[in-house]
Design a protein around this ligand. Structure first.
Ligand SMILES: CC(C)(COP(=O)(O)OP(=O)(O)OC[C@H]1O[C@@H](n2cnc3c(N)ncnc32)[C@H](O)[C@@H]1OP(=O)(O)O)[C@@H](O)C(=O)NCCC(=O)NCCS
Length: 378
């Protein structure tokens, strides 16, 4: 008989470890980084400042922030080998798979590859945070047959990504919208990809291995991949010319899940969705309101029919599309924000480590099962 206690399926509501990084109250719709409410951070902070907060536990002084920002900008370096690797990849490869594979490759060129000290992890965090957007932008340029754009250290994290992606100076509106989206996505406690990163780090494996695993977890449509699935649905609705509500009603009738709805932790509105809904609406007013309007109809219907709330991914889709970003870059953009949270968690794990090794409730044949010689097997 097993002495273990069966955990709920999918580890729902299981508290797996202590962390001082992110606090969520799913019933009240509260999300905070180091205790500071996400609504306040979304309105007042920047990705750089939020990342400082996540890594250091407190908001920076203006001097601290200037130093931190210049370290991030100075870390915008990809070795020639990495760029030529990106050139050799199939142009049809999915950017998320390219990102996962290239982050793994980065460790071979990282000068701190053999150290997992706190200081080495901090240096790796700066590099990874700056390199991930570069990989996404450089691969996108290469696959479109365009020239690679060099990083601009004078630009913010968000602006530099848009600059390297589009090869032109980004508008203040686009930069601000992306920066807010990056703040909103930066951390989310023990979500699937962060948990994956911590499990890997807890074996005392290195940060690049942990982040590679996290990117693999983020890619799935039940996690970060949902933002791309939402946009595919919106495009499908447009293509068929069907009414959005009828389209979604049919999905529900055929027991399909609607991407961008539901959450394991929030039982009320996902506080990140509040901001993304507003951004989608505001950006739509200036450009094309159709994606916001379609999304809003779907949201109201799903809420009424299934009592499900839109999550962070639902309005990210229309927001990014209105900013002119390709669908298959949506989840990589999630990664280029969440890298800050992943790094904070890997550092926290390594700083006070214990192997993460849960148990399974065994449901196989009763022990001891007979070993039947191969000649007697039917
Ligand atoms: C996020 C998610 C994976 C959470 O999953 P979970 O906590 O395991 O919840 P479940 O999948 O068990 O769903 C519970 C119930 O709500 C329903 N449900 C949950 N999300 C749904 C959705 N997006 N569309 C339709 N029904 C949904 C399930 O069908 C299930 O109903 P049932 O009890 O009648 O079978 C889930 O809501 C989902 O798949 N959402 C779509 C993908 C997505 O947007 N992911 C990004 C999350 S930020």
């Amino acid at each position: 008989m097993s002495s273990t206690v069966a955990a709920p399926k999918g580890l729902q509501d299981v508290v797996a470890n202590e962390s001082s990084i992110c606090f969520i109250d799913g019933a009240k719709g509260i999300l905070s980084y180091r205790g500071i409410d996400i609504h306040e951070l979304a309105q007042k902070s920047t990705f750089e400042e939020t990342t400082y907060l996540l890594w250091n536990g407190a908001l920076p002084t203006s001097g601290d922030l200037a130093t931190f920002t210049s370290h991030l900008a100075a870390a915008r370096v990809l070795s020639d080998d990495v760029v030529s690797f990106l050139h050799r990849l199939p142009k049809t490869a999915s950017p998320m798979e390219v990102l996962r594979t290239t982050v793994s490759l980065l460790s071979l060129y990282d000068e701190d590859e053999r150290s997992d000290s706190h200081e080495a992890n901090m240096r790796k965090s700066f590099r990874l945070t700056s390199q991930i957007p570069m990989i996404v932008a450089v691969f996108d340029r290469i696959r479109k047959g365009k020239e690679v754009v060099q990083a601009d250290p004078s630009l913010s994290h968000a602006a530099n990504f848009l600059w390297m992606l589009n090869g032109g100076c980004p508008s203040d509106t686009a930069t601000k919208a992306l920066d807010v989206a990056l703040v909103l996505h930066a951390d989310h406690e023990l979500n699937a990809s962060t948990f994956a990163a911590r499990v890997i780090a807890a074996t005392l494996s290195d940060m690049h291995s942990a982040i590679t695993g996290a990117i693999g977890a983020l890619k799935g449509p039940l996690h970060g991949g949902a933002n791309e699935a939402v946009m595919h649905m919106l495009y499908n609705i447009e293509k068929t010319g069907e009414d959005p509500v009828d389209f979604v009603r049919n999905m529900l009738a055929t027991k399909q899940k609607i991407s961008g709805f539901g959450h394991r932790v929030y039982t009320t509105e996902d506080p990140r969705a509040t901001h993304l809904r507003r951004m989608s609406e505001d950006l739509g007013k200036d450009a094309n309101p159709k994606w916001y309007e379609m999304s809003r109809k779907i949201e109201l219907f799903v809420k009424q029919e299934k009592k499900l709330n839109a999550n962070v991914d639902f309005y990210s889709a229309s927001t990014y599309t209105t900013l002119g970003i390709d669908i298959d870059l949506f989840t990589p953009i999630f990664a280029l924000s969440r890298i800050s949270g992943w790094c904070a968690h890997v550092i926290e794990q390594h700083d006070d480590n214990r192997l993460i090794r849960p148990r399974a409730e065994y449901t196989g044949p009763a022990y001891p099962a007979p070993y039947i010689p191969i000649t007697d097997r039917k």
